[in-house]
Design a binder for this molecule. Structure first.
Ligand code: SGN
Ligand code: CA
Length: 555
């Protein structure tokens, strides 16, 4: 357990068994090591997923922002995928695709708003049916409880960083502490005390961090608030070479990231500076709730640790902000963003280390496939952005690291175009469970085993949540290692083509460049075939626009 705040159950709105949680949590680390279930032949699965974890913030991928020694261990002992991507770069839809092995337009979870259709078959249901124990701890983000899961404590919706609430099979509860530590404690407790060592297990360990508004644990908050990070070359992107979607998106650090909610500037600080400042309009400020909505979850003891750090950030802001240029403000926001975002990741890395240590100490690691991934990628200032949604690389790609002793050559890398669509079939295949014929991915086992018979050359992508927060227009596209063709089809009709080899930062749309005319023709035809293969269509595009119209969400 993190040394910060002892666990205490504070909310007695569960019908019964609240004390059970206290007892099980105190028992973490007290149990005896258990043997692997190797004699049963079937591997255990630990699926670790963080929320919005950019590959740029994992040192196995890129080391200039943060060192993540523990997550990197998975790559050192297994395989690092350098071209893993999602089918739809947003939270709940990505999770729905992971669970069902089906694209958004078929599983129906097009966005974060509409409910998940619980008649979908999910891979945990199949594991459970095949005799596996199943458990889930952390963020699901569906608005309904997971099916096929024996044991769970999940965050309601996005969840909270400090003293988070949890939904449990027995009711709701609040646990005092820092969310990343708590989710890990619950996970370790389950491994150590609750699972049946005679059965194989499929465990989903799902972090809330590093999702906005990026509240690190207080010690990490202090440590990271004193650091400076290198800005990406495209921080001041003016979106010139792109279409209207990039220009109209609302995810620019300078214009859309909020001083209160995101950068931890107190309402009192803005008041002392003369109220709503011209360069800090209400939209960029987010009022009192933006800051206090999160801060007030902390109790007095916790606030006492956060306060000096917040004070020092606020004092520096008050002193320097009036004389800062627009460029300075962009740089300031970028630093505040990275300090908090990466601070939350430091806790993830420590906690992943705790789980890996436990598995190694007990020998469980020998028969366990461990996956580390995120529900999508994220912009860390590239193109001046935060958030995700776009098919452009930083949000399209997602980290993927897999270890499985005896099956994967340690320290290997793979650059094939693999997707979150493939996860369900991969895990089922690893466990020897037959995947339903209507799953649309491919098992990654041949890649993990080092076979060279992978034939997929391009993948399909489709994003829907518009109009909505961040205002990223609906689009679909085809992506190969060399090209990316995109169609923004709603409220505009615009195509973009990027030459991924010559223009890896995706700054120049070459769709209208005559030199690429034959590539455009070829990719359009492949995209058409792909839409047929995956059963997507204009009729479905329209159906999902109509859903927004029927709900009054098109304004
Ligand atoms: C919240 C965030 C957005 C974020 C969505 C979706 N705003 O609305 O910035 O894009 O979640 O994120 S916040 O003010 O609440 O922090 S997702 O990961 O769940 O898809
Ligand atoms: Ca997410």
């Amino acid at each position: 357990m993190g040394s910060y705040w002892m666990f205490k159950i504070i909310n007695f709105n569960i019908r019964k068994s609240v004390y059970l949680y206290l007892i099980i949590i105190l028992m973490v680390g007290c149990g005896s090591p258990e043997k692997t279930n190797i004699k049963y032949g079937r591997p255990n699965i630990i699926f670790i997923m963080s929320d919005d974890h950019a590959y740029q913030a994992i040192s196995a991928y890129q080391g200039n922002l943060i060192v993540t020694p523990n997550i990197d261990r998975i790559a050192q002992q297994g395989m690092l995928f350098t071209n893993a991507c999602v089918t739809n770069s947003i939270c709940a839809p990505s999770r729905a695709t992971i669970l069902t092995g089906r694209h958004t337009h078929l599983n129906g979870k097009i966005d974060n708003r509409l409910p998940f259709d619980t008649t979908n078959v999910t891979f945990p249901m199949l594991f459970q049916k095949a005799g596996y124990q199943t458990a889930m701890f952390g963020k699901l983000h569906f608005g309904n409880n997971p099916k096929g899961i024996d044991d769970f404590l999940i965050l309601p919706g996005q969840g909270n960083y400090i003293n988070p609430d949890f939904i449990t099979p027995k009711g709701d509860t609040t646990i005092i502490g820092y969310v990343t530590d708590i989710i890990t404690d619950l996970t370790l407790n389950w491994l150590n005390q609750k699972r049946n060592p005679k059965k194989p297990f499929m465990l989903m360990y799902l972090h809330k961090a590093p999702h906005r508004p990026w509240w690190p644990r207080a010690d990490k908050f202090k440590e990271f608030s004193e650091k400076n990070f290198p800005a990406p070359p495209t921080l001041f992107d003016d979106y010139k070479g792109r279409g209207s979607a990039a220009k109209e998106a609302e995810m620019n650090l300078l214009y859309d990231m909020k001083y209160g909610h995101d950068a931890k500037i107190r309402p009192e600080t803005i008041a002392e500076m003369g109220g709503v400042l011209p360069e800090v309009p209400a939209i960029n400020w987010n009022g009192v709730d933006g800051f206090y909505g999160n801060y007030h979850r902390a109790n007095e003891a916790q606030k006492a640790i956060y306060d000096p750090i917040i004070d020092s950030i606020n004092n520096a802001f008050k002193e320097h902000w009036p004389s800062m240029s627009r460029e300075d403000k962009m740089q300031w926001k970028y630093q505040r963003y990275m300090q908090d975002y990466l601070g939350t990741i430091a806790s993830i890395d420590d906690n992943v280390g705790r789980v890996l240590d436990y598995l190694e100490q007990t020998g469980l690691d020998q028969n366990t496939m461990i996956i580390y991934t995120s529900d999508q990628g994220f912009y860390l200032g590239e193109h001046g952005w935060f958030d995700k949604r776009f098919i452009y690389d930083e949000s399209f790609k997602t980290p993927l690291l897999i270890q499985w002793p005896g099956h994967i050559v340690p320290g290997s890398t793979n650059d094939e175009m693999v997707q979150n669509l493939d996860f369900a079939q991969t895990l089922l295949d690893a466990a020897g469970i037959k995947a339903p014929g209507d799953m649309q991915g491919e098992s990654l086992l041949p890649l993990l085993n080092g076979d060279n018979n992978w034939t997929r050359e391009a993948v399909y992508y489709h994003y829907y949540e518009y109009p909505a927060v961040h205002m990223v227009k609906r689009h679909y596209g085809i992506v190969s290692k060399t090209y990316k063709l995109i169609h923004f089809y709603y409220d505009v009709d615009e195509w973009e083509l990027y030459d991924r080899m010559r223009d890896p930062s995706e700054l120049n749309n070459v769709y209208d460049d005559p030199a690429y005319a034959s590539i455009v023709t070829q990719l359009k035809s492949e995209l058409k075939d792909m839409r047929i293969k995956y059963q997507d269509s204009e009729a479905l595009d329209q159906k999902f626009i109509d859903v927004y119209r029927d709900n009054g969400w098109l304004e």
